[in-house]
Design a protein around this ligand. Structure first.
Ligand code: PEP
Ligand code: MN
Length: 344
């Protein structure tokens, strides 16, 4: 439920509404606007009468949120959410590009790729240190050692770092290193992990599960949001269909659909959605044309020898070309990339 306060309602009235929300065993999520405050009351509130709030001093109106997800919905937060990072924002008119290898393999590898993607126009560096591999015998990642190298790469380039977290037990250690936690497709409905990430205040790149509907994705994001971690970036990374010509099927529809249903930024991952470096650039452009707020791409200096996802990894040279084309597409839809001079 959304409790809309009268413009200029004093703090005591806002506090009284929040106290009533808590008395009703709901959680309060105030949005303080310049003139007006709106307070979200979230929880199992179907039995709470709207009139309880309507009668409180300073309350203008009360509305129910019709969607099953609440804090993620556009009804709760009409404007696009914009999150700030070092040198750029996500969700605004300028789109950031996140790039890097699937896995951190060595110090030399990540320092080299970090510099190469920065020169080609990346705004943030990605790389996994705990890898959700299909086979337990495949490379599982360097763990904390890899995070040390990622931190060094950030130091060298100024690029914020995005790293996947796979387990609750990794959060405390990883928090000290990462700028953005990635929740991978396989953990999209790992609700214990999502609740624990919701307790942190580290921004989250939240990937769609490979068999998840858009509604399931938004419901799952709600687990993070309701813990008070409001900085969730959604990522379309392809879904499983009957088609086998590509690793996954990019659900381009999901981008405008998500943009309609939620205020959260939505980015596209053409690497995992296609699984083939030959298609990555085309789908990055399609995603941006469809309204994506950014792109995340796998880049490797020697894709043939990559420890994971080499087939879908771009070389830094091909990545640089992709960035130029993505910029042209962004401009065709009245947006642009984060300007070069703002890149750290
Ligand atoms: C990754 O980003 O390397 C990854 C494992 O992604 P996803 O969870 O989308 O498969
Ligand atoms: Mn990968």
């Amino acid at each position: 439920m959304m409790i809309i306060m009268r413009p200029g309602a004093p703090k005591e009235q806002i506090d009284a509404v929040i106290a009533e929300i808590e008395r009703q065993n709901l959680s309060s999520h105030p949005i303080f606007g310049v003139e007006q405050t709106i307070i979200g009351a979230v929880g199992d509130g179907h039995y709470v009468a709207q009139e309880v709030f309507e009668a409180l001093p300073g309350v203008l109106s009360v509305q129910r949120i019709s969607q099953p997800y609440k804090l993620a919905s556009r009804q709760f937060h009409e404007q696009d959410s914009v999150f700030q990072f070092n040198g750029f924002s996500v969700g605004a008119n300028e789109l950031p590009i996140i790039a890097g290898p699937c896995s951190i393999e060595s110090r030399e590898q990540i320092l080299g790729i970090a510099q190469a993607v920065k020169e080609a126009g990346a705004n943030a560096l990605r790389g996994g240190v705990f890898k959700p591999r299909t086979s337990p015998y495949a490379f599982q990642g360097l763990g904390q050692e890899g995070l040390e190298y990622m931190a060094e790469a950030r130091e060298l380039t100024g690029l914020p770092i995005v790293v996947e977290v796979m387990a609750v037990s990794q959060i405390k250690m990883m928090e000290k290193y990462v700028d953005v936690f990635q929740i991978g497709a396989r953990n999209m409905q790992n609700f214990n992990l999502l609740r624990a990430i919701g307790e942190t205040r580290t921004p989250v790149l939240f990937k769609r599960g490979m068999s998840a509907t858009i509604e399931e994705m938004l419901m799952a994001s709600e687990y993070i949001l309701c813990g008070g971690n409001t900085q969730v970036i959604l990522c379309e990374r392809g879904i499983r269909t009957f088609e086998t010509a590509t690793r996954n099927t990019t659900d381009i529809n999901a981008i405008p659909v998500l943009k309609k249903l939620t205020h959260l930024p939505v980015i596209i991952d053409p690497s995992h959605s296609t699984g083939d470096s030959g298609y990555v650039s085309a789908i990055a452009k399609a995603g941006v044309a469809a309204g994506a707020d950014g792109v995340i791409v796998e880049v490797h200096h020697d894709p043939a020898r990559a420890f994971s996802d080499g087939k879908q990894s771009l070389t830094p040279e091909v990545f640089a070309k992709m960035v130029k084309q993505v910029k042209a597409v962004a401009e065709a839809v009245d947006r642009t990339l984060v300007p070069q001079h703002e890149r750290v």
